[in-house]
Design a protein around this ligand. Structure first.
Ligand code: UDP
Length: 243
């Protein structure tokens, strides 16, 4: 299938709805094709624009999914169309449902120890057939190499990594060079939500595309990071008139 893409700052975003993206991923997992998924919002796009190393990592992704209304609106400014925003947490839970139905194996890496432990317990209740082959929190010194070796040994179908950007992408890229299958996805703060330590915005905020506002209000430390959004809009407008 020809996958539609929209480029913002030369970063190719998938321009398909969530259902199509899931179908593409399902096919790749069943064919045991290695897959690297990035869910990128305006902050990540800005980081990619300003940081060559991270841009090079992004270019290795199989799919860069538009996780954020900023990306959808940015595409619109460039007169391009992205059908919908695809939140990383939703993509992750939909993939877990697929793994649950198809008896596929899953590995989790990242977040605090208490968070990942509660998350795993919760997931086993919500997805009773989920084959969780292993997990490790993201705060042990030097854990990166031991987790890499464990993932090589266990050879799971899915690896979800919650260490934030760019740590999660750096780790994914080095491990992917050493395995021959698996869908690897960076999921940022999703383990905190699935462990019940952080709340996702109520549905009304999600519907109004104001999830970002809820997140900033709940965590004032995010204010600084949220400045990436207006900066992103300015850069998109510059790109539009670049000619
Ligand atoms: N994290 C980690 N190890 C680290 C730094 C962060 O496991 O050395 C985890 C952190 O506990 C959180 C996740 O990375 O669960 C994502 O953090 P953040 O909210 O910054 O990510 P975002 O969703 O904003 O990309």
């Amino acid at each position: 299938m020809n996958i539609r893409q929209v480029k913002i700052f030369d970063i190719p975003f998938v321009s398909e709805n969530k259902e199509t993206i899931l179908k593409l991923m399902d096919d790749r997992i069943k064919n045991q094709e290695k897959t690297y998924v990035v869910t990128a919002n305006a902050e990540i796009a800005m980081y990619g624009k300003e940081n060559k190393n991270y841009f090079d990592l992004l270019r290795k992704a199989t799919y860069i999914v538009p996780d954020g209304i900023g990306i959808v609106k940015g595409a619109k400014i460039l007169k391009q169309d992205i059908p919908e925003r695809v939140p990383g947490i939703e993509l992750m839970t939909d993939l877990l449902s697929m793994a649950n139905e198809n008896n596929q194996s899953v590995y989790f890496y990242g977040a605090k120890k208490e968070v990942i432990e509660v998350m795993v317990k919760n997931l086993l209740i919500d997805y009773p057939n989920l084959n969780i082959v292993g997990y490790c929190d993201g705060y042990n010194n030097d854990e990166d190499d031991s987790v890499t070796n464990e993932v090589i040994r266990l050879n799971p179908d899915y690896v979800f990594v919650a260490k934030g950007c760019p740590l999660q992408d750096e780790w994914i890229n080095q491990v992917m060079a050493k395995v021959d299958k698996g869908l690897f996805m960076g999921v940022g703060g999703s383990f905190d939500v699935l462990g019940g330590f952080e709340k996702r915005a109520p549905e009304i905020y999600q519907k109004l595309n104001l999830e970002w506002l809820y997140r900033i209000a709940g965590n004032p430390k995010r204010w600084k990071r949220s400045l990436a959004l207006p900066k992103f809009v300015v850069e998109v407008i510059k790109e539009k008139y670049k000619g």
